[in-house]
Design a protein around this ligand. Structure first.
Ligand code: AMP
Length: 209
């Protein structure tokens, strides 16, 4: 099954995609993760995208579509995948419908205020990638990863100005995808303010998993 997870940043798309990966082995294709890996490895792509990402802007459609096309050539995607954070613009969505039409688009519905709290409170372990939140899921020791004792960091694009920018970008560029996928009758809307376990079971039920 080919699925798109879309919704505001911080809506929990990545968390839920990881759960599908763990339980059913469906690959999670996160364009954000692919870009972050490129930045970490200091590749040519990483150098191109780091500044725009830090400000909360969008990487160009050409680059983004290109990396997803490359990624789905891997054998693990032959039975389907979850696109997490892609498409994020109408151009990406239209292009992808032509390239590899998806079965369903799961819309993670969440209000801006909740997004600000989630992203503003997010802390990440630079070593293992585990995600915490200073409001809802604190580590056992303040600002230290439970797994490996690393000091937690704030993602560059989780700083206040970047969050505000990401929300503006979301409403202008990504929100129109809701009507786009509705036209093809492909949307399943989920209340993303609920706890992750609830969101996960709502989606599994809707997909008849
Ligand atoms: P995410 O982890 O999904 O929130 O993505 C982090 C950042 O990566 C975004 O703020 C963008 O700068 C970039 N990015 C991720 N996915 C896309 C996309 N589909 N199109 C353009 N830029 C993207």
């Amino acid at each position: 099954m080919k699925l798109v997870f879309f919704g505001a940043p911080g809506a929990g798309k990545g968390t839920i995609a990881k759960k599908f990966n763990e339980e059913f082995g469906i690959p999670q294709i996160s364009t954000g993760d692919l870009f972050r890996a490129a930045i970490k490895n200091k590749t040519e792509l990483g150098l191109k995208v780091s500044e725009i990402m830090a400000k909360g802007g969008l990487v160009s459609d050409d680059i983004t579509i290109g990396i997803v096309k490359e990624r789905i050539k891997n054998d693990d995607c032959k039975d389907g995948y979850i696109l997490d954070g892609f498409p994020r613009t109408m151009i990406q969505a239209e292009n992808w419908e032509k390239a590899d039409s998806v079965d369903l688009a799961i819309y993670f519905d969440i209000k801006d205020d909740e997004v600000k709290k989630r992203l503003g409170g997010r802390r990440v372990c630079p070593k293992c990638g585990k995600i915490y939140n200073v409001f809802f899921s604190k580590p056992k020791v303040e600002n230290i990863c439970d797994n490996d004792n690393e000091t937690l960091i704030i993602r560059e694009d989780d700083r206040e100005e970047a969050i505000a920018n990401r929300l503006v970008v979301y409403h202008s560029q990504t929100a129109p995808l809701l009507d786009y996928y509705k036209k093809f009758d492909k949307v399943i809307a989920i209340d993303a303010t609920a706890a992750p376990e609830m969101v996960y079971s709502q989606i599994k039920k809707a997909l008849k998993f």
